[in-house]
Design a protein around this ligand. Sequence first.
Ligand SMILES: CC(C)(COP(=O)(O)OP(=O)(O)OC[C@H]1O[C@@H](n2cnc3c(N)ncnc32)[C@H](O)[C@@H]1OP(=O)(O)O)[C@@H](O)C(=O)NCCC(=O)NCCS
Length: 150
Amino acid sequence: MDAAAPTTETLTFAEADFTEVLNMRHAVMWPEHPRDFSRVKGDATALHLGAFLGGKLVSVVSLYDSENGLRLRKFATLPEFQGRGIGSRMLQKVIDIAAKDHSRIWLGARLDAITLYKRFGFREFGQRYEKGGRPFCFMERALDEGRDVS
Ligand SMILES: CC(C)(COP(=O)(O)OP(=O)(O)OC[C@H]1O[C@@H](n2cnc3c(N)ncnc32)[C@H](O)[C@@H]1OP(=O)(O)O)[C@@H](O)C(=O)NCCC(=O)NCCS
């Protein structure tokens, strides 16, 4: 096996430090904008989830309570760790967390990432839009509220 390509065996999930989360959002998602462009309303109370590979923060996603379900935002994996299944495992974790208290999860997705969400049962809804010069669409998935996810 290629030693430079760690498996996801040692991947753990935990709440991440917000400064590190913001740095990762900025570096991975919007490096062409000022760092504060990557802040969003609700960051102070959101759950900032991190995926840690051997203790290193490699992927982040933030979860916000909203009127119409749990909203997923700012999902980013360090470029050198992308394409190894870390984001998929993170998304499954998010769905498990969301299903405890919510009947719906939704997000505004970059169009180039929608196959990932579709694979996890999300469907597109509403009108497509543009942000920061990139095309987006809304995606949602119904959840089994109250199901045992322990
Ligand atoms: C989207 C993202 C978080 C997925 O994380 P990841 O750790 O790469 O996830 P996985 O390895 O499980 O791959 C998930 C899918 O993304 C694709 N992918 C992974 N790295 C990619 C890359 N650099 N470019 C394009 N697609 C990529 C995979 O092929 C896979 O596609 P599939 O579902 O059609 O098989 C990550 O690619 C990323 O940070 N992208 C930049 C920021 C972004 O677009 N965030 C999502 C906003 S909605």
